[in-house]
Ligand binder design. Structure first.
Ligand code: ZN
Length: 292
């Protein structure tokens, strides 16, 4: 079963019923976030507020379910969060694959499979993500990991922000305004991603890289520092490539020395679910039939 859920979060607009009965969220702004099944309501709220810069005390969360997209349900506790998760994820993959689920209010949800494209579709459309990031899903392999790149940063154990060497001893966190004896490493790196259509550089953050390497940045760093007969660090990198993954990606434009460049970032990584892949393929085939 899928452990992660991709959510759209809408703020400032309203749900509007359209001709034909579909429901759309209009106005305001939309953001995205990945929610884990095991997340508590308070973790969910603080992750959401951190990511979107909301004040925890001033938000009221509601969610919609697929079968009744015009109805808003209160998202106020752990039970409601689980309800949101289950209504979207339990046996729902057929309905959600490739279908256009109406955007919903506050914490709406879309499946990992929504907007499946090939890598070449992304790389051959340089205007994607011009105004705001676009989101897609791709099925791809990591084909190359540059071994000599910086793969992590030293992070504050409390807030995950970057720390610097403190005067004397330990680490200084600007965010927390305090010194700590210890810090932890968090991944931030790029890898080359490939599918049958082409390849592209993909940025990974800690959560996604941990899934790909199946070990933490601290552990990988330890392996790197152990030089021996068998190089376990190189081995870990080797094991991470040519494994199929389903990626949820964001595509945005970044200005780099006065030149606009496409930046592709992994927002979620899950193993390939072959049953769901087959259903997606069948759906594509039936679309071809009806368009003929
Ligand atoms: Zn901190």
């Amino acid at each position: 079963m899928e452990e992660d859920m991709f959510c759209y979060i809408h703020e400032g607009g309203q749900l509007v019923k359209c001709v034909g009965g579909s429901v759309q969220y209009q106005g305001g702004r939309s953001e995205s976030m990945v929610v884990s099944r095991h997340m508590s309501h308070s973790d969910f709220v603080s992750k959401l507020c951190d990511a979107l810069h909301f004040d925890q005390n001033s938000i009221k969360l509601e969610f919609t379910v697929k079968f009744e997209p015009s109805c808003l349900l209160p998202l106020h506790d752990d039970a409601a969060l689980l309800k949101m998760y289950d209504s979207e994820c339990k046996g729902a993959s057929m309905a959600s694959i490739g279908s256009d689920i109406s955007p919903s209010s506050k914490a709406g949800v879309r499946s990992m499979y929504y907007n499946r494209v090939s890598l070449s579709y992304v790389t051959s459309n340089p205007s994607l993500g011009e105004d705001k990031p676009s989101f897609f899903s791709i099925r791809a392999y990591i084909s190359f990991i540059k071994p000599d790149q910086t793969m992590w940063y030293r992070a504050c154990k409390t807030c995950n922000k970057k720390v610097t060497d403190a005067i004397g001893f330990g680490y200084w966190c600007e965010g927390c305004q305090k010194n700590d004896d210890e810090c932890s490493l968090r991944y931030i790196m790029v890898v080359k991603d490939s599918d049958a259509s082409g390849e592209a550089w993909l940025s990974l953050f800690n959560e996604q890289a941990e899934r790909i390497f199946v070990c933490s940045a601290d552990e990988l760093n330890k392996l790197k520092s152990q030089e021996g007969e068998e190089n376990l660090f190189q081995q870990k990198l080797k094991e991470a490539i040519w494994v199929p993954h389903l990626f949820r990606i964001s595509v945005a434009q970044h200005e780099y020395t006065n030149e606009k460049r496409q930046k592709i970032t992994a927002r979620a990584v899950v193993p390939v679910d072959y049953a769901a892949e087959s259903r997606l393929l069948l759906e594509e085939i039936s679309k071809m039939k009806t368009s003929q």
